[in-house]
Design a protein around this ligand. Structure first.
Ligand SMILES: [Zn+2]
Length: 357
């Protein structure tokens, strides 16, 4: 991976915004990690996921209800990923390290791997956001052109339509494909995974075997392979679509900016926090239902600046950060509604599909 250096010498913006955020927590005597609001989500979502799984296996239902149940199961799993896994893997779910480690393993229960995710997401994506050549989140293969520095192909003219198909199969590709590729290549896009300890090797394989057992062997035993395959595909289409769209809306929209590195090292003129603000957007900040379901992923500016603070605090932090951005003459990108953000993503992908560079 080429070396990327931010101009962090004075980091005036981050220092100022950090002081304001610290003052908020001190004045209100709050912990930065999760609180009852977060734990209530876990108490609702996790049993909901388990109950739906058992009901799918042993319940007496018609096939249309089976389809709805599979969609519901996929949606519940995604909500667990947004609300529990994401905070836990960032270490913001609880003040106790072991609780974060344990709840972070929900990523393995969903079919992926917490260890690989933490490198891909916490380190690479959170540091080098929207930098083509390093950020794995915008490196989704030649069929998707997510910024102008990526090679254009004629088929990209239609990417704003077929991208939804690709999103639909993204979690199948992730759990059954790219996880293994990253594990064996010891590489996430252009970043090497330095060391995988014995414990992580063990967890990787045990989780994948258990995944196949609980998501394929057991359901085939109870339902037969045809019903299982149908349900399994519906589950993944739901997960893939919701996960991809929510993550894309944070960075791949018209208002955000992109950068790129090739083989040479690069110095970025701004401090890291300014880079994060420019490359990230919020959406539907006033929509309480969206905010509850996506686990603060609609407050991505707040999350990217303070990933170690639980998402339950982001609505309050957004007011502070917005003011700070104004003070420093920085943009504060946001889309008032979910629909506006989705339209912006589609429009950007349509623009990038034209060979206009
Ligand atoms: Zn994150």
């Amino acid at each position: 991976m080429p070396k990327i250096t931010f101009n962090n010498r004075d980091h005036l913006f981050f220092r100022s915004v950090k002081n304001s955020v610290e003052a908020y927590f001190q004045n209100n005597r709050l912990k930065k990690t999760g609180n009852w609001k977060l734990y209530l989500k876990a108490i609702i979502l996790i049993p909901m996921g388990i109950t739906t799984y058992i009901w799918l296996l042993v319940g007496d239902y018609s096939w249309p209800v089976g389809i709805l149940l599979s969609v519901f199961f996929g949606f519940t799993l995604v909500c667990i990923a947004f609300n529990v896994m994401h905070d836990a893997c960032h270490g913001s779910y609880s003040g106790k390290k072991w609780v974060n480690e344990f709840m972070g393993l929900s990523m393995n229960v969903l079919g992926s791997n917490a260890f690989i995710w933490k490198i891909k997401h916490n380190i690479i994506h959170h540091t080098y956001t929207n930098i083509d050549g390093v950020d794995d989140d915008i490196a989704n293969g030649p069929l998707l052109r997510q910024c102008i520095t990526q090679k254009w192909m004629p088929i990209h003219r239609y990417q704003f339509i077929y991208m939804f198909l690709l999103y639909s199969v993204s979690t199948i590709a992730w759990m059954w494909g790219t996880d293994f590729y990253k594990y064996f290549a010891k590489k996430i896009h252009t970043t090497a995974i330095n060391k995988i300890g014995a414990g992580q090797h063990f967890l990787f394989w045990v989780s994948k075997v258990l995944y196949v057992f609980f998501y394929a062997v057991v359901p085939v035993y109870f339902l037969g392979w045809q019903a299982w395959l149908t349900g399994f595909l519906i589950l993944h289409v739901t997960m893939g679509l919701v996960l991809s769209v929510v993550f894309q809306l944070a960075h791949v929209v018209e208002k955000t900016s992109f950068d790129a590195v090739a083989k040479n090292n690069k110095i970025i003129a701004s401090e890291w926090a300014v880079h994060e603000v420019r490359t990230t957007a919020d959406f539907a900040p006033r929509n309480k239902v969206v905010s509850w379901l996506v686990g603060g992923l609609n407050f991505q500016i707040e999350h990217h600046l303070f990933p170690h603070i639980s998402h339950v605090h982001y609505p309050a932090l957004s007011r502070i950060i917005r003011k700070q951005c104004e003070l420093f003459g920085l943009p504060y990108h946001y889309y008032p509604t979910l629909r506006q953000a989705i339209y912006s993503h589609v429009r950007l992908m349509k623009q990038l599909g034209r060979n206009y560079k």
